[in-house]
Design a binder for this molecule. Structure first.
Ligand SMILES: [Mg+2]
Length: 382
């Protein structure tokens, strides 16, 4: 076994210990699955859970007790207290390693399979789509401090000089743009509901493009503002909670809220939303998300941008989408359904996903982007 693979094994061991501890703490909706549960059954539980979370009209009779599945899902998917490994961890570790290895065989590393991706791009224009949080920047306690490194910014700048590149984020477009600080990119904020392109015509576009600006949920702006003010007022009694106005959607961050208060926070958020049937409530990693019920998501944003670039209904394009969260699955699914391009999931654990490849963390994303740039520069020199 090489030193490198040994290190990877050790990293993996840490990851599975953490995963095991989470599963032990919250057995009802364990994710990733416990040793006894197969990936498929976990996926079914997860889908059922998401169905419960998708409150649609904001109505329903779901209460917010600690033992409620909704609240449990907040705890399971957003763990704060991870127990140290216990004696029976060893067999569980082995099982999780096997499970992760199996998952990696169906979602192999985009770095290890770089040549295959390049081979698939022959005669095609690569178009890059990048999520921000957890993909270009690490997940941090304070969402206002989710800065990307200078190295990552340099890599994205180089990338955009060779390929059309878009940032697709749940954040407010202006906010994510202020983090990235690159004017030559396309930005799709608010889960794709606020899209803007670079002002200059893009040199890689197949057709003449003009400045792209698309906001399919404009009519919701007054409502979003109103709900934002209500949520700020209603949740101020919960220490550590943070309401973020993403313009076309809202985020209620609970990563700094005491776990004992999560149920109360969820209850307060839902009490506000019951008067707004056109908004729906979902959640991601330590965040509750409120957005319009319109059929628009990151997958639609990807299709819109491809069309804007003149690649709609064309075979000479290879879109690559890199993201780490559930909302990125909409884009992965679009690529899978179109049989075009590849979704790349950033994850250290096995997850049900429509992505074709995986990367473990933002540092691997950085390596992948650099390799793409090096390959392009090398092929241009030949
Ligand atoms: Mg993300």
């Amino acid at each position: 076994m090489t030193k490198q693979s040994l290190v990877r094994r050790q990293d993996l061991a840490v990851a599975v210990v953490v995963a095991s501890a989470i599963a032990d703490a919250f057995p009802r909706f364990s994710y990733p699955p416990t040793a006894a549960a197969a990936t498929v059954s976990c996926a079914k539980n997860y889908k059922r859970l998401l169905h419960q979370l998708d409150l649609g009209s904001g109505g329903g009779a779901v209460g917010f007790r600690r033992d409620n599945p909704w609240v449990q899902s907040m705890m399971t998917l957003s763990p704060t207290q991870i127990k140290p490994p216990v004696a029976r961890t060893a067999p569980l570790m082995a099982s999780h390693v096997e499970e992760y290895d199996a998952w990696m065989r169906s979602h192999p590393s985009a770095l290890s399979n770089f040549e295959d991706i390049i081979a698939a791009s022959k005669g095609k224009q690569i178009v890059m789509f990048l999520d921000y949080d957890g993909t270009l920047s690490p997940i941090v306690e304070d969402p206002d401090r989710a800065f990307m490194s200078d190295e990552m910014r340099e890599a994205v700048r180089d990338l955009a000089s060779h390929f059309p590149t878009a940032i697709v984020s749940g954040r407010c477009r202006e906010k994510v743009s202020s983090f990235v600080k690159l004017s030559e990119l396309y930005y799709a904020g608010s889960h794709g509901m606020d899209i803007k392109g670079p002002n200059d015509e893009h040199k890689h576009a197949k057709t003449r493009t003009k400045a792209v600006l698309f906001q399919p949920a404009s009519e919701f702006l007054p409502m979003i503002d109103e709900v934002y003010k209500s949520l700020v007022e209603t949740t101020k009694s919960i220490p550590g909670s943070r309401v973020e106005n993403n313009k076309f959607c809202l985020s209620v961050h609970f990563r700094c809220v005491d776990e004992k208060k999560w149920s109360s926070l969820a209850d307060k958020v839902r009490s506000v939303l019951k008067d707004y049937p056109k908004l729906r409530l979902t959640h991601g990693r330590k965040v509750l998300e409120i957005r319009p019920t319109i059929k628009w998501d990151k997958g639609k944003a990807l299709e819109f941008l491809l069309e804007s670039l003149g690649f709609d209904d064309r075979n000479d394009v290879l879109p690559l989408y890199i993201g780490d969260d559930r909302t990125d699955e909409d884009a992965f699914k679009v690529l899978r359904d179109r049989r075009q391009g590849f979704g790349i999931l950033v994850s250290k654990i096995a997850k049900e996903t429509n992505a074709s490849f995986s990367l473990r963390e933002p540092t691997e994303v950085l390596r992948f982007l650099r390799r793409l740039v090096e390959w392009k520069q090398f092929s241009a020199d030949c």
